[in-house]
Write a protein that binds this ligand. Structure first.
Ligand code: NAD
Length: 489
């Protein structure tokens, strides 16, 4: 049995409070996790402050970047352990853990080093009101101690997306992974412990929501980078209001896909099957609502239902698109409750809607069938709440305006997909969708440096690439008054 500890100020810490992490694949015990105590949280924050104010925060950017590039190399060498940890915690396939998370996640250290080194300071010369010449420039100082709180759906990727910008800009990063996925963050901490990142600049704290809440409430935390549920984001914003700390919140979605009469319907079916079911529907960008032009509605429903039935489930060695379980029995109970609401609200399933049976140890896991429903009215619960499972509802529309209105009929505003072969329509519709990211005839084809700003319940602030570096930076303006000759002689 693995014991997972906290990493604080360069040392590993055990705790008297522990919890068991079990596999959603078959229920077996994966690890015993030590929960960070309040005094450990305090110690991590204080050590972080010292690291920012002394060595790490004062080190030239180029030197920090070199340390992080070396760290990236060391992480690549531990790829098998990182992949194994995410597979054990989530039940996902080897193919997905390697290709979708693994290397793509680790490469973020190099990507953020490149971006940080290319960041330019602003400057200008000016004439003051007394006629004296002036010169100002900005410089990028670290913001301080940054709480990096990640969810469980893409554990390694989303954690590194927070740590890399924080560390390269000279901040102390305190990682709080989800209680459902403590494994890969612990391997990450093992590698950082062996790296040149100084004590205190990085800490790992394990625990559930209470640990996250205690961390965000700590007055020594300067900013909070959070990805997770909208309700948690709201609680974090309230906590951050004390002390006026900065927050970056990437939250949930209830994402639509629009399939127009001029779409390549086969491509739209294949793309929507991926966008609805990939990672068992547990990606914030996953499609949960499809609106299809009435002329294609029947063919689309038939095609997507067939695609749902063909999805390979619970085969970790499958070398391609397949799905594992939901993250936990608790999450499956929530998803099943929403599936039950479909028939209660007058809808019907054309595929799935239940739990698959394997006749082996997987029956103790948290699997769910990829599901396609039709027939719900726009106000149905299933169409308003984020399910975060492999589910899709399909409804017809008759006009472009109606499609846009249906897509925007949600409190969320994260991602949308437009399927059309008409380039004018694609851009016309994109500009009218309330969504942080719009894909045209694609999904999850993404430059991780492109910005994301969720609207409504989907987020606060702009993230990724340069935006994440700016979030982790306290800009400072330095002004020089160039003294006139008579004042200097
Ligand atoms: P969650 O909000 O339950 O938990 C996320 C993290 O916050 C965990 O580490 C958890 O322990 C911690 N936490 C819980 N309560 C807290 C509190 N009061 N204060 C501080 N920390 C607290 O979310 P989840 O269930 O782990 O993740 C699924 C959600 O994440 C979905 O809603 C999904 O849409 C969203 N998500 C969004 C994005 C995005 O980029 N917009 C990406 C991935 C996931």
């Amino acid at each position: 049995m693995k014991e997972l500890h906290n990493f604080i100020n360069g040392t590993w810490r055990s705790s008297t409070e522990v919890f068991d992490k079990s596999s959603p694949f078959d229920g077996r015990l994966v690890a015993r996790v030590h929960v960070a105590t309040d005094s450990m949280i305090d110690e991590a924050v204080m050590a972080g402050r010292r690291a920012v104010e002394t060595g790490w925060g004062r080190m030239p950017l180029r030197a920090r970047a070199q340390i992080l590039r070396d760290l990236s190399r060391a992480l690549m060498a531990r790829m098998d352990d990182l992949v194994e940890a995410d597979m054990a915690d989530t039940g996902r396939s080897l193919w997905q853990a390697r290709n979708f998370d693994g290397a793509r996640a680790i490469r973020q250290f190099d990507a953020y080093c490149d971006l940080a080194l290319a960041m330019e300071n602003r400057s200008a010369s000016f004439t003051g009101s007394d006629g004296a010449q002036g010169l100002w420039y900005t410089q990028q100082r670290p913001r301080g101690v940054i709480a990096c709180i990640a969810p469980w759906n893409m554990p390694l990727l989303l954690m590194i997306m927070k740590l890399a910008p924080a560390l390269v800009m000279g901040n102390a990063a305190i990682a709080k992974p989800s209680e459902e996925t403590p494994g890969s963050a612990t391997v990450l901490a093992e590698v950082i412990a062996q790296s040149e990142v100084p004590d205190g600049a990085f800490a790992l704290l394990h625990g559930a929501g209470a640990t996250g809440a205690a961390l965000t409430a700590h007055p020594g935390v300067d900013a909070i980078s959070f990805t997770g549920a909208s309700a948690t984001g709201s609680a974090i914003m309230r906590s951050a209001a004390t002390g006026l700390r900065e927050v970056a919140l990437e939250l949930g979605g209830k994402n639509p896909a629009l399939v127009f009469e001029d779409a390549d319907v086969e491509a739209a079916i294949a793309g929507t099957a991926r966008s609805a079911f990939f990672n068992c529907g547990q990606i914030c960008f996953c499609t949960e609502r499809a609106y299809v032009h009435r002329s294609h509605f029947d063919a689309f429903v038939e095609g997507i239902s067939q695609a749902a039935r063909k999805v390979v489930i619970g085969e970790p060695a499958h070398d391609g698109f397949s799905i594992g379980p939901l993250i936990s029995q608790g999450h499956r109970a929530k998803v099943r409750d929403l599936l039950d609401s479909v028939t209660a609200d007058g809808g019907a399933f054309v595929a799935g809607g239940g739990v698959p049976r394997f006749g082996d140890s997987r029956d103790a896991g948290a699997f769910i069938e990829p599901s396609v429903a039709v027939g719900l009215a726009p106000e149905a619960r299933f169409l308003r709440e984020e399910v975060f499972g492999p589910v899709l509802h399909v409804a017809p529309f008759d006009s472009e305006d109606e499609a846009i209105a249906l897509a925007n009929d949600t409190e969320y505003g994260l991602a949308s997909v437009i399927w059309t072969e008409n380039v004018h329509r694609a851009h016309r519709v994109a500009s009218q969708l309330r969504a942080g990211h719009v894909w045209l005839n694609a999904w999850q084809f993404r430059d991780l440096a492109s910005p994301l700003a969720g609207a409504g319940l989907s987020g606060v602030g702009e993230q990724f690439g340069r935006s994440s570096l700016e979030f982790c930076t306290q800009p400072q303006t330095v002004t020089l008054r160039v003294a006139p000759l008579e004042e200097t002689v």
